[in-house]
Design a protein around this ligand. Structure first.
Ligand code: 13P
Length: 251
């Protein structure tokens, strides 16, 4: 059966010292909670923090927030998937809407990044989700389907074991406006249906699908109670150990 996961996405926040402190606090809280926790915990941190944070955690996973679409070479300023893996990171977040929008990442480019990440031994937290305009004009099912089909559906069923999907409606990110639990459940069930059509019921049932977008301790219990919502990808509320743990303990 699939795992529940709560993952933080710190985005471009914290210095290394602040990040190490936050990671340590989260790790200690997870250690203290022990077997009472009903989910795995991952933190997604800036590249600059990965190595230092890896040395301060024992009970949680560690994700980069991106990786390059090339393996190595003359790509000034880029960070490759093997470099990310060499820090001790276990995961990489790919396809976040902020990367798609501000850095022009396409489904095709993300397909390459997914392949490189898996080859490097990383698990991928793959983000998908529609804009407000796409929600309003009703094209959101097609948008989400294209994001998944064009970047992930070349993978084998075996490779898909290393994919976590995060549904993040862009209109709910950092806006304080959360998708209702029914709206999120509708999309999560749709995504699981796409996986079942492509890979069969077992893969669909084993794939963790996270919700992201203004998730906080107050709304996490209702979201996580839905049958196809297996946890969250958390932005703002992951920047303080107590609010992040308030979501981690929502199951
Ligand atoms: P917020 O939780 O700040 O809305 O961000 C969600 C997100 O983008 C996580 O990747």
């Amino acid at each position: 059966m699939r795992k529940n996961i709560v993952a933080g996405n710190w985005k471009m926040n914290t210095t290394v010292a602040e990040g190490v402190k936050l990671a340590h606090e989260v790790n200690q809280a997870v250690v203290a909670a022990g077997d009472s926790l009903k989910c795995d915990v991952i933190i997604g941190v800036p590249f600059t923090h990965l190595t230092a944070v890896a040395g301060h955690i024992s009970a949680i996973g560690l994700a980069a927030e991106n990786c390059a679409d090339h393996l190595s070479g003359a790509y000034t300023g880029e960070v490759s998937a093997p470099m990310v893996a060499s820090t001790g990171a276990t995961h990489v977040i790919l396809g976040h809407s902020e990367r798609r929008e501000y850095y022009h990442e396409t489904n095709e480019m993300l397909k390459t990044k997914v392949d490189l990440a898996l080859e490097a031994g990383l698990k991928v937290i793959f983000c998908c989700g529609e804009s407000l305009a796409q929600r309003k004009d009703g094209s959101y099912f097609d948008v989400i389907k294209a994001e998944l089909v064009e970047s992930l559906f070349h993978l084998s069923a075996d490779q898909f074991k290393n994919i976590v999907i995060a549904y993040e409606p862009i209109w709910a990110i950092g806006t304080g406006e959360t998708a209702t639990s029914d709206q999120a459940q509708e999309i999560h069930a749709f995504i699981r249906g796409l996986l079942a059509d492509k890979y069969g019921k077992d893969v669909a049932n084993d794939t963790t699908i996270l919700y992201g977008g203004s998730c906080k301790p107050s709304n996490a219990p209702e979201l996580f109670a839905k049958p196809d919502i297996d946890g969250g990808l958390i932005g703002g509320a992951s920047l303080k150990a107590d609010s992040f743990m308030g979501i981690v303990t929502a199951f």
